[in-house]
Design a binder for this molecule. Structure first.
Ligand code: G1P
Length: 291
């Protein structure tokens, strides 16, 4: 059985939908209450059994490296002040996983960002977690995707049903009837027009892939948005290997756009014992004043 041990987190995008907040701060560092988005994503990878992670960064993303690095000054200060709980929390961040970095010199799209990680991954399967998509489920869906990969040894893409009006925001897959929890993909289209969408099953940012994808990405021509698209390389992959979809029922949150970011913060806050009660009361008050 081939084990999935490594993950790629592409985090090189410019975050234009959230400007000006992302002018000098990576969107992956935007806080969901008191924790940056990318830390949730690293924690999901670790809970799914991944130890070695490469983050594909770009210009202006240094804060990500600083966040997962040790901060001697901060640790010393917290220690001197006797703030031991928060000190332990800070130390745990830098020990979460073996985190490596590579820069995508030119913003040529998601497919190119993944290709930048080829030397780190080598000839083994790997997971991909998009740096701006958070998933909320009791058991990480990536963990289940990895378990299924290790049974069938074929690439698996996490998909979710979306409203017809939203299909053009996503990569859309078309599937044949499945085998257990997996569905055989026979067509993938990146951000189709509503009339061209083959289904309502959208790729939401979690993949487990075979290394064959690197050969295909190397030759992949630019697609939608003049970028090298991972979805297009996966469509080519169908000529050589089976690719499966796992339909996922939980919630996913796109923090890369304004409303998605706001909804994420509210949902995550409502689940926190220290914030829930006051927040719910506050929201009820606002709603009653505005309606
Ligand atoms: C990327 C992928 C797309 C996927 C989406 C999920 O698009 O290319 O297939 O559905 O992430 O969020 P992006 O949102 O980076 O444009």
């Amino acid at each position: 059985m081939v084990k999935v041990r490594k993950a790629v987190i592409p985090a090189a995008g410019l975050g234009t939908r959230l400007l000006p907040s992302t002018k000098a701060m990576p969107k992956e560092m935007l806080p969901i209450i008191d924790k940056p988005t990318i830390q949730y994503i690293i924690e999901e990878a670790v809970e799914s059994g991944i130890k070695d992670i490469i983050i594909v960064t770009g210009k202006g993303k240094k804060a990500i490296e600083d966040h997962f690095d040790t901060s001697m000054l901060l640790e010393e200060t917290l220690k001197n002040k006797g703030k031991i709980t928060i000190l332990n929390e800070m130390q745990n961040i830098s020990q979460l996983a073996n985190i490596h970095y590579i820069r995508q010199g030119v913003p040529k799209g998601l497919g190119h960002a993944i290709w930048c990680a080829r030397n780190f991954i080598g000839n083994e399967p790997f997971a991909v977690l998009l740096g701006d998509t958070l998933i909320k489920e009791k058991k990480p869906c990536l963990k289940e995707m990895i378990r299924l990969f290790e049974e069938c040894n074929s690439s698996i893409i996490g998909v979710k049903r979306v409203n017809e009006s939203d299909v053009s925001k996503y990569g859309i897959v078309d599937v044949k009837q499945g085998n257990g929890p997996l569905f055989n993909i026979h067509n993938l289209v990146e951000k189709p027009k509503i009339e061209d969408a083959p289904s309502d099953l959208a790729i939401f940012g979690r993949y487990v892939l075979t290394p064959k994808i690197f050969d295909l990405l190397a030759k992949q021509e630019r697609g939608v948005g003049n970028e090298i698209q991972l979805t297009d390389a996966l469509q080519t992959m169908l000529k050589y290997e089976s690719v499966y979809a796992q339909i996922f029922e939980g919630e996913s949150y796109d923090i890369g756009e304004k409303l998605g970011y706001l909804k994420t913060i509210i949902e995550f806050a409502i689940e926190r014992e220290d914030l829930k009660e006051d927040l719910v009361q506050f929201m009820k008050n606002i709603v009653s004043k505005k309606t």
